[in-house]
Ligand binder design. Sequence first.
Ligand SMILES: Nc1ncnc2c1ncn2[C@@H]1O[C@H](COP(=O)(O)OP(=O)(O)OP(=O)(O)O)[C@@H](O)[C@H]1O
Length: 260
Amino acid sequence: MTCTFVSREDRSQRYTAVRDTTMSVEAGEFVSVVGPTGCGKSTLLNIAAGLLQPSSGSISVFGKPLEGINTRAGYMFQGDALLPWRNALDNVVAGLEFAGVGRSEAVERGEEWLRRVGLGGFGDRFPHQMSGGMRKRTMLAQTLIRDPDIILMDEPFSALDIQTRQLMENEVLELWMAKRKAVLFITHDLDEAIAMSDRVIVLSAGPGTHPIGEFAIDLPRPRDVSEVRMHPRFVELHAAIWGVLREEVLKGYAQQKLVA
Ligand SMILES: Nc1ncnc2c1ncn2[C@@H]1O[C@H](COP(=O)(O)OP(=O)(O)OP(=O)(O)O)[C@@H](O)[C@H]1O
């Protein structure tokens, strides 16, 4: 699959973000994609979500070609995606409401999910009354409440401090271990990718991003993201993947400096 953006002002101006890329995630598999900044990671995720059409190539979901929005997927964005005028509970149940679930069932399931993400009793807080970690937990509950078969996450924890981040990574792993849904996880943090995943895919710097390495993460589960970093196999995998990623990060950085 390839994805080229055409400039609105000048249609001869084109930018091919992703080129000749084939990627698959098995049911129940946790796959991370790492790559230098601006290389096209979010573009790939938007394509998987059905928010963006590839310029050529195709996407299939559980064997069927994807047309329009990927309704089997839940999407957790990089930034703050909560509605500021809704409290935590009403944010969590928004998707159920849109799907036509009745209020009392929605509230029951919403409260259950708030408890699962450690926010039991905080349902009446508005986004501005919550910490960054609480907002992320609310977003997590909002994404998972509809029980999607595929979970798409775009650097979900990049804005958090390291302690909150590790807590949330462990929570996501725990929830994932219980349900084993397919996860496509975008991050620029190699440690996070290795600690969480079954497989790590490395993307090249753009333009024309494509996978340049793929690594099976054969670390035992269940994992604690801070402990697993001490595992000798973790260190080995980190060195091997960084060997592939390093050059691309430098290229990506040089390009950003050119643009700036
Ligand atoms: N709608 C668009 N129109 C034109 N160019 C775009 C559009 N969306 C993305 N791009 C370009 O495509 C490239 C890839 O963007 P993308 O957001 O996928 O990168 P990323 O790897 O997710 O970045 P980051 O690590 O900074 O989040 C960038 O150079 C970006 O400027």
